[in-house]
Design a protein around this ligand. Structure first.
Ligand SMILES: Cc1cc2nc3c(=O)[nH]c(=O)nc-3n(C[C@H](O)[C@H](O)[C@H](O)COP(=O)(O)O)c2cc1C
Length: 175
């Protein structure tokens, strides 16, 4: 059966190496528009984003992770995914779903993307979350869940096909 969404989700892979080309403004705006459509707890839209394209600032963001941050250097844009904690119970879920939408929207435009984790990660002096909030001037009451690095693909990865997945993980009616 025709399944356009499966075609897209199967093609998406984590891309960690970028051409260094900037991302077209209109493409970036379309990707971010998709992020805003993500479902969220209580419908209160707690997820906000900082889109960073300045290469010096991207390097500063990279150094907010004591290891594993350098892969964002050379990205055309890094999306900082923050969630307002005022109705905090589902903040991780809210941020994660919006991030997934960004990953998929990027693939739609053949833009490489990768989730780079921040929650519970250490920076040089404080937690990665605190260092990033300090760097970007994020007000109190928000937490940074993750970054999504976006950029021209400088690595090629095979997309997934149906054979890569274990259909036995889907249980019907009973486990
Ligand atoms: C919650 C979460 C945290 C992740 N953290 C990182 C990370 O810090 N650095 C990284 O390079 N990839 C990270 N990833 C990407 C995964 O490593 C990647 O999605 C997984 O290996 C499957 O590969 P694929 O995305 O190509 O299908 C993360 C993904 C998720 C969902």
């Amino acid at each position: 059966m025709d399944n356009k969404l499966f075609e897209l989700t199967a093609k998406r892979r984590s891309i960690r190496s970028y051409t260094g080309e900037p991302i077209e403004k209109a493409v970036l705006e379309e990707i971010m528009k998709v992020a805003l459509t993500a479902p969220c707890s209580f419908g209160h839209r707690p997820v906000e984003f900082v889109v960073v394209q300045d290469q010096d600032r991207i390097r500063e963001l990279a150094s907010c992770k004591s290891y594993g941050g350098n892969q964002i250097i050379g990205a055309g844009a890094v999306i900082v995914v923050m969630v307002k904690l005022d109705r905090g119970e589902f903040w991780i879920e809210d941020g994660a779903i919006a991030s997934s939408y960004i990953l998929l929207a990027a693939e739609q435009y053949d833009v490489g993307a990768c989730w780079v984790h921040i929650r519970n990660r250490d920076g040089k002096r404080k937690s990665s979350d605190e260092e990033i909030r300090e760097l970007l001037g994020v007000p109190d009451g928000y937490a940074v869940l993750n970054l999504v690095a976006l950029g021209g693909k400088a690595e090629t990865k095979r997309g997934y096909s149906e054979g890569d997945f274990d259909l036995n993980k889907i249980h019907y009616e009973k486990f």
